[in-house]
Design a binder for this molecule. Sequence first.
Ligand SMILES: Nc1ncnc2c1ncn2[C@@H]1O[C@H](COP(=O)(O)OP(=O)(O)O)[C@@H](O)[C@H]1O
Ligand SMILES: [Mg+2]
Length: 220
Amino acid sequence: MITFQSVSKYYEYHTVLRNITLTVPKGEMAFVTGPSGAGKSTFLKLMYLAETPDEGDISIDTLHLASLKPSQVPLLRRRIGVVFQDFKLINNLTVFDNVALALRIRKVAEREIRSHVSEALKKVNLRNLADSYPKSLSGGEQQRVSIARAIVADPLVLLADEPTGNLDPSTALDILKLFRDINIQGTTILIATHNRELLRGTDKRVLKLDGGGLSEERGI
Ligand SMILES: Nc1ncnc2c1ncn2[C@@H]1O[C@H](COP(=O)(O)OP(=O)(O)O)[C@@H](O)[C@H]1O
Ligand SMILES: [Mg+2]
């Protein structure tokens, strides 16, 4: 599903990711951890093309990113949903319209949009707040809206960058549970977090970035 083949990324003279090779099978949920500045965000950005590697190749599903034509970029973006620490919701749009936005940009028929958005809001348990505005919601609710937005077009891969960074510990665990529920339905999920509390007792694979290298951690 996701493979990194000898991927390196440098910023100026600083090596952020060094010769990373990795396979994430379809349907897996894994964590990417490491201290602040270890390269977790960069690692995710390479997959959604916010950054490009200096060496190596990344493939997602059937697409090799190094040889992706500009016309194929939207194809890749449709396979990936992204969730951020700061939610990135549009405050003057309702919950429904925030979740619908990507489909509207793609000119999906309004009837289809209604059914996809309702389905996504149901998955995150927010159907009753469809007409609310983001500012009236709690942090946990706002993050659930952003997760609904990320899954509304049924992506193969969900990437989350510090998705619990702005949430209290109990809400963070709720969000983690939600990712597990989404994963059980088949979506491959990678969650970057520096918060080791979140990883305690997990049965998921934990990939640790440190000094540019990636290693697998066990028994947290
Ligand atoms: N656009 C950029 N230009 C230069 N340096 C960057 C850029 N983005 C990130 N970095 C540096 O790369 C390193 C890894 O950053 P990042 O991927 O954000 O780490 P993390 O998410 O693990 O905190 C840091 O030292 C950061 O300062
Ligand atoms: Mg980061």
